[in-house]
Design a protein around this ligand. Structure first.
Ligand code: BYC
Length: 326
């Protein structure tokens, strides 16, 4: 049983209950920019928000292997195949770091995987769109990894130590992913008219879904206020989305590609964009995007195919628990 009152109060001052005092100490650590570590006291809501966000992030990395994974056998050269293979393996590694970071908060791997496979857990909307041409490999690296870098550079300053540290390595790898994507697009735009058209078509299909990746507008984002207050997010959905647009418009111009937004215009130092189709976003995160069924189906099959590995690990652990033969 915790003592009801904390020590160190001036005589006569109304003492704070222990929970409130802990909460105040926690808030001041956040205000001082200190990292919160796994064994430290934290409010239940801080823990819940982190498990929600980190597990969704881990699922996004694992499901995010699928659109590009389908192109490994169709890469146009051995060099492209090696690069794509390395990228997809990196995403699997990112998922592993993130599941471990969520485990430090008390979530179990089994619970998280079950939530994904049952369709209860969210993962990034972007991976519910099909990758239909080789140019999509370029645009995923250019748009999706650039968006991820902006978001994850912000998360590298997050108040939760294990999450922030995981982001440092992840961002370094995402930079390689962005560059390989831009190189594919650069080569296609320097190629035949059919190759340039393929790059433009991929840009047309991925632009708006990438803007949706950053989440709803700040005014419609229920989690942002508490996440910003506790330093989990250090920038908002709209701030990051605007930075992505400001960065990407000049890149598209340099490639000679057109972004599919007639409302795009430069005003007050920023590239202003047209309205986002939030109905589409809600359909996709509600499970009704073009590839939701296929993505979850692939993850379920992979889980079933891996049953023998889990059984072997259990058997090995049981054997280790037995006393050695006399
Ligand atoms: N998709 O209050 P909000 C990668 C949900 S993978 C789906 O603004 P929050 C890569 C949101 O979860 C990297 N759901 O939420 C891999 C919430 O629902 P719940 C992916 C979305 O958390 C392979 C509700 O909408 N990056 O780089 O403040 C190949 C209200 O939203 C989405 C991450 O996962 C969405 N796009 O902000 C290539 C980053 N947006 O949970 C590349 C980590 C919103 O309340 N996550 N929702 O039921 C984050 O930074 C934040 O969670 C978000 C959303 C910015 C995504």
């Amino acid at each position: 049983m915790m003592p009801a009152l904390a020590g160190g109060k001036a005589k006569g001052a109304s003492p704070l209950p222990v929970e409130a005092e802990r909460q105040a100490a926690f808030e001041s650590r956040i205000a001082r920019g200190e990292k919160i570590e796994p064994g430290d006291w934290m409010p239940d809501e801080y823990r819940r928000q982190l498990i929600r966000m980190i597990s969704q992030h881990a699922h996004s990395e694992i499901v995010g292997m699928l659109p590009e994974g389908g192109w490994i056998t169709r890469a146009p050269s051995l060099r492209r195949k090696l690069v794509l293979l390395a990228k997809v393996q990196d995403e699997g590694g990112h998922g592993q770091y993130l599941y471990h970071a969520a485990e430090t908060l008390g979530a179990t791997r089994e619970e998280m995987i079950e939530a994904l496979l049952s369709g209860r857990a969210k993962y990034s909307s972007i991976f519910n769109y099909p990758a239909t041409s080789w140019a999509d490999m370029g645009v995923i690296g250019w748009f999706v990894d650039s968006a991820a870098i902006l978001n994850q550079t912000m998360l590298a300053r997050s108040s939760y130590g294990p999450y922030a540290r995981a982001m440092i390595r992840i961002c370094a790898e995402e930079n390689f992913h962005r560059k390989q994507g831009m190189e594919i697009i650069f080569r296609l735009t320097q190629g035949s008219p059919a190759q340039r058209a393929m790059a433009q078509d991929a840009v047309n299909r991925w632009w708006w879904p990438t803007l949706m990746m950053f989440g709803p507008h700040d005014a419609d984002s229920p989690n942002t206020p508490v996440l910003v207050r506790w330093g989990i997010k250090t920038r908002t959905n709209d701030e990051l989305r605007q930075e992505f647009v400001d960065q990407t418009v000049p890149e598209a111009q340099a490639f000679g590609l057109t972004l599919p937004d007639p409302a795009l215009r430069f005003q007050d130092g920023h590239w202003r964009f047209g309205p986002i189709d939030w109905d589409e976003f809600r359909r996709v995160i509600g499970g009704h995007g073009p590839c939701n069924q296929a993505r979850l189906g692939a993850r379920r099959r992979a889980h079933e195919d891996g049953a023998w590995v889990r059984a072997a690990l259990d058997g090995y652990a049981r054997r280790g628990a037995e006393p050695p033969p006399a």
